[in-house]
Design a protein around this ligand. Sequence first.
Ligand SMILES: NC(=O)c1ccc[n+]([C@@H]2O[C@H](COP(=O)([O-])OP(=O)(O)OC[C@H]3O[C@@H](n4cnc5c(N)ncnc54)[C@H](OP(=O)(O)O)[C@@H]3O)[C@@H](O)[C@H]2O)c1
Length: 334
Amino acid sequence: MASPGSSGRCSSRSRVPEFRAGPSGGRGVPAVGLGTASARFMGEDDFRVVLLAALEVGYRHIDTASVYGSERVVGEGVADAVRRGVLKSREEVFVTTKVWCTQCHPDLVLPSLMESLQNLQMEYVDLYLVHWPMSVKPSKPHYPMKREYIVPMDLTKVWQAMEECHRLGLAKMIGVSNFTTKKLQELLTFAKIPPAVNQVELNPVWQQKKLLEFCKEKGIHVTAYHPLGGKYKTSTVNPVMNSDVLKEIAEAKGKSVAQISLRWIYEQGASMLTTSTKRERLKENIEIFDWQLSDDDRLKISQIPQHKKVSVLSILCPDGVSSVELSEVDVVEA
Ligand SMILES: NC(=O)c1ccc[n+]([C@@H]2O[C@H](COP(=O)([O-])OP(=O)(O)OC[C@H]3O[C@@H](n4cnc5c(N)ncnc54)[C@H](OP(=O)(O)O)[C@@H]3O)[C@@H](O)[C@H]2O)c1
């Protein structure tokens, strides 16, 4: 069953449908992808096991970024999956990577992609994203970053460099991440190639109604990160996984809270990136396509109090002073 906006197609040997995005005729974005931001905390061998398990159960989208430090292992994992016959070829998998703030300068965007491709041992990525609408003094990708190193971003020239990456065939699609409607509006005034995707925090507890509406109107596909609320310290309550509304719906439907959250995102016409160290959860998280929420479920979810996790402060050192107004580079919708 395909939601509105979904092409309803599945890549070979995977039951995960794809959403249309970017230029017509291009490859679709698989509705659920594997996030790799936590790879560096897991240890390489454990991450390899997760990656192979995800590909075996049917994931065909891998999300990485220069700042995650996971590109090399992703590339090796995909090559290993091809050798084992889990994938027919690299073409079967949709690979996203991102240029970090420290390379978000017109002359550093292409070199950063070349480095990512070198790490991935791939000739192209399916999607290349501007990770955050912020430029920071050039250095190796890292965070938290010093506030005093933030510099004004030349979005026009950065985007021209992204367009060049696409023209060279190194990125099949280009897009952005953490862009508000205001930032997207600015980008659309000069983009020759409009962004195919905006990757943002999205889940039933941060519903992004205004941004979703805007992106739909402009033909920009939305991909959700933190679809299950993300990782929380054990002392803090995850508002998605502990939502009474989601728990009640899950119980009535015989589904898990995670599946209710992911299904709700799918029904918004968005794809999503999730991850788990457990094979059975990876599988559970893609078993969301042959059932649906009721109107009553959707109404209850629309009334959940809203709570945002990520802001620009999440990637900056706590002290220091920026010469750029932080609200200009934040992800919070005005
Ligand atoms: N563009 C950006 O700025 C940005 C920012 C953040 C993230 N991202 C991308 O989005 C990806 C996903 O983010 P995320 O890891 O925060 O996603 P998430 O899916 O919201 O959270 C993952 C957490 O949920 C748990 N989990 C997974 N499946 C579960 C299930 N069925 N039941 C209960 N718990 C479950 C996992 O724990 P267990 O391992 O114990 O199962 C894991 O700790 C990242 O890896 C990254 O690729 C992008």
